[in-house]
Design a protein around this ligand. Structure first.
Ligand code: NAP
Length: 365
């Protein structure tokens, strides 16, 4: 039953699966895939993996014409490879900065409570920092800490010149006011990009946020690095959360796409979604977006990370996206896998934001 649920894109997986794994925005960093050999470069057809056995290395990475896409299987947008490429770029920049001005970027992470998943994400962030040469600082507070204690640590990091980015691991314990806490991170160190001033600037024409939230930034970076045109295209973002859907829609709009946002109250979401040249889905419902929702030739970025039962897996579950991958592969021109698509990009963007912050503070070009 479990395997069938996974392979046939049945939407009935949702309720059963939801209890398997506590999710937050970093869930995918728990899982790794075998590395794909890299050939770097911003528009590089070889970065696409094909979904079938046939290789389409000569195809353009841009959105394929509808007729052509209908005959071919979608290209796989390899977030893991792109994230590795970005980490290598960051690492080189950090060395250059250290050699020139003796500054090493620093990222502080505050973890409250004993959630195993959160502890894993924090550990992975620390590892990612180490791998590129960013100093990481961690404060781990007990579950029953007061909001004041958290605020005190944030204030300390706000004043610490060796810290260029501050991240509060979410979710916080329920007795804490998340808004108060996130608002207390100084905007110059808000590498998560969740401060209302950063989001506000993102929404306003002619204003520049200091940081853009990492997951939506990673989605746009994937489109850029695969040479997917955005200007003038119809884009649909499914989901309107503060951390993914809304900033993704704002970013697409800043790139001159015509953007619609689909949410839980949207009528006929499939009809709206089918108009899109670019789909970004951040819903948290396994396999909700079916092949019939996708215009032939569209590019699909699947942010969702959803556990579904899988008796064949040692863990008893496996992760799938919001998009029925198998069906999408028949209709879309390019699609991100789950895992290995947007997930690795999120952490790469966090490192990138931390480097940007350090460069800005030290006026290092
Ligand atoms: P969220 O805060 O729960 O937001 C979900 C959004 O989806 C809401 O706006 C909700 O609409 C909408 N929605 C729910 N059911 C829907 C339906 N049936 N039809 C249309 N829209 C529906 O979730 P999130 O934090 O944005 O995360 C979304 C997914 O992305 C999750 O699977 C999460 O694990 C994953 N994620 C992955 C990464 C990564 O690095 N890859 C990072 C962050 C999140 P309403 O606003 O109307 O309720």
């Amino acid at each position: 039953m479990a395997t069938a649920m996974f392979t046939d894109c049945s939407t009935s997986t949702t309720a059963a699966a939801a209890r398997f794994l506590p999710l937050n925005r970093d869930a995918v960093v728990l899982h790794s895939r075998r590395s794909i050999p890299l050939r770097f470069g911003p528009i590089n057809p070889s970065l696409f993996r094909t979904t079938g056995t046939k290789c389409h290395a000569s195809a353009s990475p841009s959105v394929l014409p509808a007729a052509m896409a209908a005959e071919t299987s979608a290209k796989i947008i390899d977030g893991k490879s792109i994230a590795k490429q970005i980490r290598d770029e960051i690492s080189a920049e950090i060395s250059r900065m250290k050699d020139n001005i003796g500054v090493v970027p620093g990222l502080a992470v505050i973890l409250v409570g004993d959630r195993k998943d959160s502890a894993t994400y924090v550990r992975n962030k620390k590892k990612a920092c180490e791998s590129v040469g960013i100093n990481s600082y961690e404060v781990h507070l007990p579950e029953d800490s007061t909001e004041q204690e958290v605020l005190k640590h944030i204030s300390g990091f706000n004043d610490d010149p060796s810290v260029h980015g501050i991240l509060v691991q979410l979710p916080l314990p329920s007795h804490m006011n998340e808004q108060n806490i996130l608002n207390s991170v100084c905007i110059e160190k808000d590498v998560d990009g969740f401060h209302p001033l950063n989001i506000g600037r993102l929404a306003m024409c002619g204003r520049e946020p200091l940081f853009v939230p990492c997951t939506p930034k990673g989605c746009i970076e994937l489109l850029h690095r695969y040479g997917v045109p955005i200007e003038g295209k119809r884009a649909v973002v499914i989901g309107r959360s503060n951390i993914v859907g809304t900033p993704a829609a704002l970013l697409l709009q800043r790139e001159d796409a015509t953007v619609s946002v689909v949410h839980s109250r949207t009528k006929n979401p499939e009809v709206i979604t089918r108009q899109a040249d670019i789909i970004i889905s951040a819903v948290g419902q396994p396999n909700m977006v079916r092949g019939s929702w996708i215009k032939p030739g569209a590019v699909v970025i699947d942010v969702g990370i959803n556990p579904v039962e899988d008796a064949k897996s040692a863990r008893g579950y496996r992760l799938v996206g919001d998009v029925c991958h198998k069906e999408a592969c028949k209709t879309a021109s390019a699609v991100t896998p789950v895992p290995g698509g947007v997930g690795p990009m999120t952490i790469a963007m966090l490192l990138s934001n931390t480097l940007t912050s350090a460069k800005r503070m030290h006026n290092f070009k």
